[in-house]
Design a protein around this ligand. Sequence first.
Ligand SMILES: *Cc1c(COP(=O)(O)O)cnc(C)c1O
Length: 406
Amino acid sequence: MKNHSKTDFETKCVHSGIEENEHGAVVPPIYQTSTFKFKTAQHGASLFAGEEKGYIYTRMLNPTVEAMENAVAELEGGYKALGCGSGMAAVHTVFATLTQTGDHVVCSSAVYGPTTTLLNTVMKKFGVETTFIDTSNLDEVKKAIKSNTKVVYVETPGNPTLCISDIAEISKIAHKNNALVVVDNTFMSPALQNPLALGADVVLHSLTKFLNGHADVIGGIVVVKDESAYQSFRKTLNQIGGVIDPFNSFLVHRGLKTLALRMEKHCESGQIIAEWLEKHPMIESISYPGLKSHPQYEIGLKQQKGPGGMITFELRGGIEAGRLLMNSVKLFQLAVSLGGVESLIQHPASMTHFSMGKEARLAGGITDGLVRISIGIENVKDIIADLEQALKKVEEANSKEVEVHV
Ligand SMILES: *Cc1c(COP(=O)(O)O)cnc(C)c1O
């Protein structure tokens, strides 16, 4: 397993997972079918026994799904992949496969919210305990691992703080203790980070984000290193049933062809916008892997091929300033999710996490001024102009408030 070069990757994005088919179609057909005919009773028996390769039933395997799985596996430098109905179905499949009652998980505290909830509710109910720690601190990782730790689960850059964890070092620590390392690589995509090449055992993605890239599919994927891992994950997924369907697989496969191009643009614009925001008077602080001010900037340089398209910043003026910014942007769309061609903006304190209350939000690191943006592929000058006019409104409102209070 090696880190592929950039040129190699661009070509792979276009051609991975595409095989010759009977009519010579350049784009593989969508096999929109739930089931597949057996030629004879013996044929059916040998397919079920695994003696012959072929398709039986779409929950088990489907050619359109498999083509997309093979493409993502190749881009990640993995052996094979398993398409899931959502990123969360992929997360669930991972824990349902790798853990059982009495096992322990070490997980980054900065992970996608529903991943935390899944571990604290569903997995806990089945007797799997989780310790949440700051995985960017290797001493914390060493301390958190117990004799029954089976999985060290890392999301890097993490959500929403964008803190970076050292995949290679964490893999060494985990493997010394017979635990597997699972990396949620959604924020980077295989264009910018290849966790398997860095020592991780399993990689997962929400296909919904950069891999599909067009905000029109919900999907997830698990990438594994070898046949035995593939077999055990496939068995679980087949039983849980959280598979992706042929049409969504087709759309993701189509999206993958422009992944290298899109990620290059996300990074280029992300860097320009982050540097511009860092100097803006209304920005208290900013987190972006491409800025030297990022606390794990050096680790990012070591394991990432680019800073990515996600920026988190702290706005001056608290929750009201955040609300005003949300209501003042024009090009940015107010929406959760990320990784699409369109720029999105989100203010957790007034939107997704408002109902939690301030205290609970702060415990989760969500301050009142925290804003997360996903940089799209629009012209960077238009993106900056939109932020500029919206931040100006916030600045004016803030200065009025100061006058009133004085
Ligand atoms: C969105 C997301 C998920 C969950 O994916 P869904 O497709 O929404 O189920 C998991 N991890 C990260 C980092 C995400 O951004």
